[in-house]
Design a binder for this molecule. Structure first.
Ligand code: UD1
Length: 419
């Protein structure tokens, strides 16, 4: 199994372009099957979760290639509506195919999805919404079969603003008969990107980015070319990595409006950030302060996907900071691993108390999920001596060669394929 070997201590510096967003590309690739014909989606990162989505589309009969960062699809050859268990188990986001398959082909069969080891991750909000649109859903022995001759528009209230459920229902409702209103919808930038893509295809969706999305169903959608928005979590990762190493970088292809909660917190702790169009610079030039409380929340709140990384950074800042995880239960599995590197973090239910320490030390640690793994890597960039992060397949799910990005900014990190 591959691992990263990191020699810490070098401040990051230089310039880097941020690639397209995995979390926007996944639902958009799923949505592509809503239109029959040839499509091109550009700025799609080459990472594991995308590879799995392409594998599933291939399995369904769609012809897909991913060359340079463009995915070309021929969706009219789709010949199956069943996603087999081994593929479903590889990635939770395969659930995005439910809405499109059901809307366009009237049926879909999946098994319960796999994914990151962060809490329960149920799919009841997806299923309840699809039922509201008129789907018959039968669940037995871990297989979920949905059917609907014609989905019909409905008023749907989400009990929690789930990102995936909002996206799934937007896709399904695009081809439903009549108007659908999704209330308490998630407001993430990736949802706006999906709305833009659907509308370019001829859908009539409005309200994404607010908590109410209205979809007037249309009879069919047309294949198009589309470019994915930049990945705000990768940008956030590199900003936090620069902060922890006390470096100075310029990132391009960044949208500051997608990162407000992170930027505000970094600035509160004394970091200097400037933006000019899609360029963002970060510099550490003075003493840094701890942060009283950061609470993760659905967008525009502080993103749960940056929680572990922020904790690693706060560990290197004098004083006590508190982080409260409000989106996923059990998303603190990185704490024990970080503490092995010399951090002083304790947890109590969904709160973590981070006491700043003067030094981190290299250790052998294990990535337990995607973002937890990234947090260990950036802690390794700061730590004295050598850090080995094992099980980096988790990290590869969401970063296109994280080591390459960090090397480009001057870090000493390499990948080993030895076990
Ligand atoms: C998406 C992101 C992920 C991010 C998360 C929260 C993608 C591919 N992934 O995941 O990186 O961490 O948003 O910002 O975009 N829930 C239910 N029932 C459901 C669905 C969700 O109870 O049917 C709960 C979850 O267990 C969790 C919370 O709602 O506690 C948020 O989940 P959700 O917003 O759906 O996250 P994902 O779409 O899976």
């Amino acid at each position: 199994m591959a691992s990263f070997i990191i020699k810490g201590g070098l401040p990051l510096s230089g310039e880097l372009r941020i690639h397209g967003a995995k979390n926007a590309a996944l639902p958009i690739l799923a949505a592509s099957i809503l239109a029959s014909g040839e499509q091109e989606i550009s700025d799609v990162p080459k990472l594991l979760d995308i590879r799995v989505m392409i594998e599933i589309l291939n399995h369904l009969g769609v012809k897909v290639t991913h060359k340079d960062h463009t995915v070309s699809l021929q969706t009219s050859t789709l010949s199956s509506t069943r996603i087999p268990e081994p593929l479903m188990g590889k990635m939770r986001s395969s659930i995005f195919l439910m809405g499109p398959l059901l809307a366009k082909y009237g049926e879909v069969t999946i098994s319960r999805p796999g994914g990151c080891a962060i809490g329960e991750r149920p799919i009841d909000i997806h299923l309840d919404g699809l039922k509201k649109l008129g789907a018959d859903i039968i669940e037995s022995h871990g297989t979920i079969s949905c059917r609907a001759r014609q989905l019909t528009g409905a008023q749907i209230f989400l009990r929690f603003p789930s990102v995936g459920a909002t996206e799934n229902l937007m896709m399904a409702a695009s081809l439903a008969k009549g108007t659908t209103t999704i209330s308490n919808a998630a407001r993430e930038p990736e949802i706006v990107d999906l709305q833009d893509y659907l509308n370019v295809m001829g859908a009539r969706v409005r309200g994404a980015g607010t908590d109410q999305i209205i979809i007037e169903g249309v009879e069919h959608l047309t294949p198009v070319s589309y470019k994915i928005i930049p990945d705000r979590i990768i940008a956030g990762t590199l900003l936090i990595a620069t902060a922890i190493t006390r470096g100075e970088v310029a990132l391009t292809n960044v949208r500051a409006e997608h990162l407000q909660a992170l930027l505000t917190n970094l600035q509160t702790s004394g970091i200097e950030i400037r933006t000019y169009n899609d360029i963002m610079t970060l510099k550490v030039s003075r003493g840094l302060r701890s942060i009283d409380l950061i609470e993760t929340d659905p967008h525009p709140g502080f993103p749960t996907d940056l929680q572990a990384l922020m904790m690693a950074y706060l560990s290197t800042v004098e004083g006590t900071s508190v982080v409260k995880e409000k989106v996923f239960e059990g998303r603190f599995r990185h704490v024990d691993e970080l503490n092995r590197m010399g951090t002083n973090i304790s947890t109590d239910l969904n709160r973590a108390y981070i006491r700043g320490v003067s030094r981190l030390s290299g250790a052998m640690v294990e990535a337990t999920d995607l973002r937890a793994g990234a947090a260990l890597v950036i802690a390794g960039l700061k730590a004295e001596g050598e850090t080995i992060v094992e099980n980096i397949h988790h990290i590869d799910r969401g970063y296109e060669k994280l080591e390459g990005m960090l090397q480009a900014l001057g870090a000493d990190i390499r990948r080993s394929d030895e076990s």
